[in-house]
Write a protein that binds this ligand. Structure first.
Ligand SMILES: NC(=O)c1ccc[n+]([C@@H]2O[C@H](COP(=O)([O-])OP(=O)(O)OC[C@H]3O[C@@H](n4cnc5c(N)ncnc54)[C@H](OP(=O)(O)O)[C@@H]3O)[C@@H](O)[C@H]2O)c1
Length: 248
């Protein structure tokens, strides 16, 4: 089959590309580095010719709802229009388990993305997953006032490779609408996994716990972002991921 991966050069996109090529699929990568701006639509013409499924794992990193909505709504609108024009029969997007619990920051964009897809006329699949194991690294490297900190919260982190494999499974199949949520095998403390990641990469010194402000911080602390009992769970634990880190 032929897949277009929006955001194919990013952290998730790189894994999705590897899994798809490993199964013998043709892959088209859509990113600014490759001449496509999803937010303006520039460079999309002709890029979806012959594509069976568009897998959208594009991203912007921002805590601001207006920036997030502008990115995800713009990218989704242009992708869906280009898919209609090219006769693409399946739009697949990756979003976040229980994003509705913190709808006023970055997740506002993810919810806008989901609404546009569900209201659009391209047959679709939305896969929500929990935070990746790599989220511990992202939180460690996001410093506050120049210092590393360990945000508090409850997470159930999942393997990015397992997410990429699931996305390719879905891209090969018929659109299913909202797919069953997918999460990691066990709940972890966010502060604990950030500290364990920090130690694994040689961080010395204190790593104070902080409560992230706002709705997102409260959602993490209350457990509202954990997968529900109906979710499918992956197998790789955070410990296994950490043990396999090349620089650990
Ligand atoms: N991190 C998590 O724990 C987690 C959990 C669940 C779901 N997700 C979802 O996973 C998805 C992928 O996240 P990620 O962290 O893997 O992304 P990422 O590493 O930040 O990669 C973003 C990708 O989007 C492309 N991109 C950004 N702006 C673009 C634009 N204007 N036009 C075209 N391409 C653009 C980037 O390429 P260029 O810079 O070259 O344009 C890059 O390929 C996101 O939708 C996120 O919500 C993440």
């Amino acid at each position: 089959m032929r897949f277009a991966i929006a955001g194919g050069t990013g952290m998730t996109g790189t894994h999705v590309e590897a899994v798809a090529r490993g199964r013998g699929h043709e892959v088209v990568l859509l990113s600014r580095g490759g001449g496509v701006d999803l937010v303006s639509g520039a460079g999309l013409d002709g890029r979806l010719d012959g594509v069976d499924t568009v897998i959208d794992v594009s991203n912007i990193t921002t805590p601001k709802p207006e920036v997030s909505v502008s990115f995800f709504a713009g990218a989704t609108t242009h992708l869906l229009a280009a898919e209609r024009a090219a006769g693409v029969s399946h739009h697949l997007a990756l979003t976040i388990v229980n994003a509705d619990a913190a709808p006023d920051g970055y997740y506002a964009g993810k919810l806008a993305q989901e609404r546009l897809i569900a209201e659009g006329d391209v047959p679709w699949t939305i896969q929500r997953t929990t935070q990746f194991h790599e989220y511990a690294a992202m939180m460690y490297h996001r410093t506050h006032a120049g210092a590393h900190v360990a945000p508090t919260g409850r997470v159930q982190p999942v393997s990015l490779h397992e997410v990429a494999t699931l996305l390719v499974d879905l891209a090969e199949g018929e659109p299913v609408g909202r797919a069953t949520d997918f999460g990691g095998p066990r709940e972890e403390s966010l502060a604990d996994i950030v500290r364990r990641y920090a130690r694994a990469i040689g961080h010395h010194g204190p790593l104070p716990a902080i409560d992230m402000p706002g709705t997102l911080g409260r959602a993490f602390r209350s457990g509202a972002l954990l997968p529900g009992p109906e979710a499918r769970l992956g197998t790789q634990t955070f410990t296994q991921w950490l043990d396999a880190l090349p620089d650990a």
